[in-house]
Ligand binder design. Structure first.
Ligand SMILES: *[C@@H]1O[C@H](CO)[C@@H](O)[C@H](O)[C@H]1NC(C)=O
Length: 322
């Protein structure tokens, strides 16, 4: 697992940041272009909302963190393409096919995946996603336009595609919808604060930060219990009932990451941990008997913190996997 994976993850994140910068640039430029018309804004009010949709071309490998309309057109045979979509934690992603011109018989494809998948590692893991893995792929060539709009189960989704004939391609509109109880989330940012609430549901939720972070957990409610126990014995919380675990690893799939701490016993005050892994996950396992809630803050570790591990820093655990 490995350094290739790490490189890919970082590549995706760099891509995300670069594209965000670029989108902002485009937005600003667009606004500047339209500036002369701003004073006529009263006259423009009747303009349909669609006109304001952000539009751009989609690349064979791409990352999208904005709502808008995206068009892919092959300029040569493109065999292995993927676009990653990400929204805010409290959002679902919807993907709507506006126009698809691909040759399914000739081996082209266009598939939506409910989550992200990188090197065979999925987020959410199959233990955390409400649907069986096979149902998380929606193949355009099989369902055609009978499923023209697809909604993800969390704030990330992606598409895979192959378009061989130059000139062929597709246009899709990506939008976000509010999600009242976000369960599985990939954070767009290396710093933040989040409260994960699981209201009487028998399900597992993972919040993933794909950066080395210091994480501080507070306000834990697990039904009637409050608690934290650093994983000293292999027994921990016993892996049963309702609990929160802190996972570290260098891949995307929480079920393949190392448990670093479990929270299920009474404790007082915030607990902080530095996790020098590429991916840090706060995962809540819920029986459905209680409403569970955990609040945490995270911030990206500084380079010097990664170089000089001390205190309860556990960089070695992740390094040993490289
Ligand atoms: C939640 O995860 C645990 C393992 O951590 C698994 O045993 C259980 O089946 C999962 N529950 C659901 C509802 O998927």
């Amino acid at each position: 697992m490995s350094s290739t994976f790490k490189l890919q993850c970082h590549f995706i994140l760099i891509l995300l940041m670069a594209l965000r910068g670029e989108s902002r640039h485009l937005e600003l430029r667009e606004r500047a272009d339209h500036d002369p018309f701003l004073r006529f804004s009263a006259n423009l009010k009747r303009e349909p909302a669609e006109e304001q949709l952000y539009r751009r071309a989609l690349r064979c490998l791409d990352m999208v963190s904005l709502q808008g309309q995206f068009t892919f057109t092959a300029n040569r045979p493109q065999l292995h393409c993927a676009a990653f979509f990400i929204g805010e934690p409290e959002e679902f992603i919807t993907i709507h096919y506006d126009l698809v011109s691909i040759d399914c018989q000739g081996g082209d494809f266009l598939k939506v995946f409910d989550g992200w998948i990188l090197k065979g590692e999925k987020f959410p893991s199959s233990q955390d996603h409400p649907l069986p893995t096979a149902e998380r792929y929606i193949d355009f060539c099989e369902s055609s336009l009978s499923r023209r709009s697809i909604r993800s189960s969390q704030n990330v989704a992606m598409i895979f595609f192959r378009v061989q004939e130059p000139g062929n391609g597709f246009t899709l509109t990506v939008k976000t919808k509010p999600n009242l109880f976000p369960c599985n989330v990939i954070s767009q940012t290396p710093n933040g604060r989040f409260t994960l609430v699981v209201p009487h549901q028998h399900r597992n939720c993972s919040f993933s930060v794909i950066y080395p972070v210091a994480i501080k957990i507070s306000d834990l409610t697990l039904g009637h219990l409050n608690g934290l126990q650093l994983k000293k014995s292999s027994a921990g919380c016993g892996g049963v009932g309702d609990f929160v675990e802190l996972l570290g690893g260098n891949g995307l799939d929480p079920s393949k990451m190392m448990p670093l701490a479990e929270l299920c016993y009474p404790f007082h005050g915030p607990a902080q941990m530095k996790i020098g892994c590429d991916n840090t996950v706060v995962r809540m396992v819920s029986s459905g008997k209680h409403t569970n809630r955990v609040t945490f803050e995270y911030r990206q570790l500084e380079p010097y913190e990664l170089e000089n591990p001390n205190g309860n820093s556990i960089r070695e655990l992740c390094l040993s996997h490289l």
